[in-house]
Design a protein around this ligand. Sequence first.
Ligand SMILES: Nc1ncnc2c1ncn2[C@@H]1O[C@H](COP(=O)(O)OP(=O)(O)OP(=O)(O)O)[C@@H](O)[C@H]1O
Ligand code: SF4
Ligand SMILES: [Mg+2]
Length: 343
Amino acid sequence: MADALLEVRDLKVHFPVTRGALLQRVVGQVKAVDGVSFTVRPGEVLGLVGESGCGKTTVARSILKLVAPTSGQILFDGTDIWAMNKAEEAGLRRRMQAIFQDPYSSLNPRMKIREIVGEPFVIHESSIGRQEIDRRVRDLLDLCGLPGRIADRYPHEMSGGQRQRVGIARALALKPDLIVCDEAVSALDVSIQAQIINLLVDLKDELGLTYVFIGHDLSVVKHICDRVAVMYLGRIAEFAGSDTLFGQPLHPYTRALLDAVPVPDPAVEASTEHQVLSGEIPSPVNPPSGCVFHPRCPIAVEGCRTDVPPLQEERAGHFAACSQVRFETPTASPPSIHSPPMP
Ligand SMILES: Nc1ncnc2c1ncn2[C@@H]1O[C@H](COP(=O)(O)OP(=O)(O)OP(=O)(O)O)[C@@H](O)[C@H]1O
Ligand code: SF4
Ligand SMILES: [Mg+2]
């Protein structure tokens, strides 16, 4: 297996903005993802965070081969997923699965749970019989903490947490290596969220899975992720190990995001002054020049309007895209030497 199970190289996904009676005139581009690079190591949980519209789902959809990149590459186990032959593509479909936010809309309401969870076997392993499929479905439901009797129920007869467990059971059917979880717990009540997170962690350890975990709740991301990429307007602003990112953030955007998180202790929260990020997120159709964060950045200097800051390794394994980081952190140790550095 390659060092990186997944490698995203300078990914750009631009959607055309069309006008006119038949929407045939292209008048601009939505730069949903605009030069994103990162690697996902086997067995890790890689987090993607950032405000709504920053491009997280578009990155996920590109990884899952649901949307074609405008440019850049995505390598799964060393092979470019957009240059695969049919056999490699079939392998990819088994080895990479997804869990989405709303299990209700991703589960066919007219199918019983046994059919939903067993469907991957019907599609990919047509030689196995009904009884064997039923046995495997029971095992998968059990693995995901669901009683076998729910196999005969329909999605609408289950709670949100149970439905998400069904979604996970289905994703596990073909023994994948990588699961992309896009806001997998965001729609659930807080107590149910914790149960599903614990299930994901247990399954990862038991089955040796790797996750790309997308979320906007920073406490959840901090809890489950080994490394985290913070996205802003289609780019990565900062990338580091979870403890480092949450403990010693470098980028002013990450700092503002973390500062906005309420403190759990009500007494401390009451006396805490949160720094409010000024202004709206700019449109990805017409992103700001230079550093895309400059109109909202509390430490911007004149050059930020014109110069695009590259994502640089500021400390070992800690990357930030900000020209002022060095001046803000005089004690920062020199970056480790390997070129070109890539998160
Ligand atoms: N198919 C599409 N056509 C045009 N624009 C799109 C398309 N898909 C996404 N976008 C735009 O691309 C940008 C990024 O969207 P994306 O869904 O990836 O963000 P996100 O970070 O997942 O947001 P959220 O946290 O709300 O889920 C948004 O401005 C969105 O409107
Ligand atoms: S490069 Fe400039 S505008 Fe961008 S985050 Fe750094 S200081 Fe702020
Ligand atoms: Mg999204």
